[in-house]
Design a binder for this molecule. Structure first.
Ligand SMILES: *[C@@H]1O[C@H](CO)[C@@H](O)[C@H](O)[C@H]1NC(C)=O
Ligand SMILES: *[C@@H]1O[C@H](CO)[C@@H](O)[C@H](O)[C@H]1NC(C)=O
Ligand SMILES: *[C@@H]1O[C@H](CO)[C@@H](O)[C@H](O)[C@H]1NC(C)=O
Ligand SMILES: *[C@@H]1O[C@H](CO)[C@@H](O)[C@H](O)[C@H]1NC(C)=O
Length: 403
């Protein structure tokens, strides 16, 4: 092509883009005026609470690794015979099926929701990846992994968009109130990362604990990559995040759950808590030598930096189980000093996995004590579901029981 032609083509292209832009503006202007189609975020009923049967069920989705959400996205590590008809749409189909099969009360996405490095438009990938969650009308929340920000949006932008999506209860970071350290004279401290927040789950409607937190959920940003002492490694949870965690947990200590109806049956200890983040902590490799439920099939890709997350959980006392992702072919739960650490197991078809080892998801079920008149949480269970023909349920186990 000679340069004159090239210039003409370029002008023509600019002309087309201008027309497109004008018509889009015109239509969006119209859309904005039309009452029916004004976009406002749809919110779930809050607070989160147990059902009237005294249960609260969480679906953990780890590592969707979503791309553009079209049939051209290739699946990794499936059988040669499955390869041709496999794409991101299989990930979407799995999410829809599992929501229908398990009917959870809440969905927790533990990072690498999108595979940024292969996604041309992060916002579009996010909308498509979380589409089934938004359509379900269930409250859902997400944290980031190490790949989410590799496309067109920063971690802050990703978390703010995620927090604005329909039925999302994700937050960018805790409110200033929770960050205030009174021993520093009420000075505000900044927290590292994006996507550190606490969600409280109230007791069943109409019960004695209907206005009390009976289960706490902590979400943490475990970062992406970092260089430590000249060596490239994965991110880690920082001291500012641990300080915030300790402070929030401390607030529940000795709190009368229901000041209006004091009763011996309602405990004044902290409610049990569950934590969700992406990158495993450096203690996880020790589980190789412990009894585990599920499979340990790949080296734990944790950070070289041990920032004391495990010690913090132990000293807090309320965290009973921790749910992580990142290593797609590990799906086990193992116990360290009374705290369970559970992998979700890889969910998405565009992320690496293992052929003939179905993609999977984890379910967590918390049950309140009592019959008709529900009390504090008595038991927390977990199991996994496979994306096979029967959506097989495997590895059911008890994570925690109140004494
Ligand atoms: C939107 O609907 C409300 C109530 O139905 C009405 O009062 C208002 O004028 C409408 N606004 C527009 C821009 O149509
Ligand atoms: C992907 O979805 C298609 C269409 O539903 C289905 O035929 C195919 O078996 C699925 N592949 C895998 C690996 O699940
Ligand atoms: C919880 O709050 C609601 C609304 O304020 C009130 O009607 C109900 O009696 C409260 N329940 C308990 C157990 O305190
Ligand atoms: C508050 O700040 C002080 C001084 O930096 C620190 O030693 C202390 O651990 C902090 N307290 C909490 C609860 O984070």
């Amino acid at each position: 092509m000679d340069s004159e032609n090239w210039k003409h083509s370029l002008l023509y292209l600019i002309f087309l883009l201008a027309i497109l832009h004008l018509t889009q503006n015109y239509f969006s202007h119209k859309l904005f005026l039309d009452n029916e189609t004004v976009r406002i975020k749809k919110n779930p009923d809050l607070p989160l609470r147990f059902r009237s049967d005294g249960t609260f069920k969480i679906l953990q989705v780890a590592d969707m690794h979503y791309d553009s959400g079209t049939i051209v996205t290739r699946c990794k590590d499936v059988l040669a015979s499955e390869f041709e008809f496999c794409s991101d749409l299989n990930t979407t189909q799995f999410l829809k099926h599992i929501i229908r099969a398990e009917n959870p009360d809440f969905v927790a996405f533990t990072g690498d929701n999108i595979f940024g490095s292969s996604s041309p438009d992060a916002a579009e990938s996010l909308f498509r990846a979380f589409g089934p969650a938004m359509e379900s009308g269930l409250p859902w929340a997400a944290v980031l992994g190490n790949h989410d920000q590799e496309s067109t949006m920063s971690r802050e932008e990703l978390m703010s968009l995620i927090s604005l999506m329909d039925y999302s209860v994700s937050q960018i970071n805790p409110l200033d109130d929770d960050l205030t350290n009174s021993s520093k004279g009420g000075m505000m401290t900044k927290i590292d990362g994006f996507g550190n927040y606490n969600l409280r789950v109230y007791g069943a409607p109409g019960s004695m604990v209907a206005n009390s937190t009976v289960l706490n959920l902590f979400f943490l940003d475990s970062g992406d990559r970092a260089v430590y002492q000249g060596i490239r490694t994965y991110g880690w949870i920082r001291e500012s995040q641990l300080n915030w965690l300790r402070r929030v947990s401390q607030k529940f200590q000795g709190q009368k759950q229901d000041p209006l109806h004091p009763t011996d049956a309602i405990s004044t200890t902290k409610p049990p808590a569950l934590a969700f983040f992406h990158i495993p902590i450096p203690e996880i490799p020790q589980l190789f030598y412990n009894e585990i439920i599920g499979q340990f099939q790949e080296a734990v890709a944790c950070s070289r930096v041990n920032s004391g997350v495990f010690q913090t959980f132990v000293s807090m006392g309320d965290v009973k189980a921790v749910f992580i992702g990142h290593d797609h072919t590990n799906d086990f739960c193992g116990n360290l000093d009374g705290i369970w650490f559970c992998y979700g197991g890889g969910f998405g078809y565009h992320g690496y996995g293992k052929a003939e080892w179905p993609r999977r998801a984890r379910i967590i079920l918390a049950e309140q004590n009592g019959k008709k008149s529900w009390m504090n949480v008595q038991r927390i269970m977990t199991w996994k579901r496979l994306d096979d023909e029967k959506m097989s349920k495997i590895d059911e186990q008890i994570l925690w029981q109140s004494r």
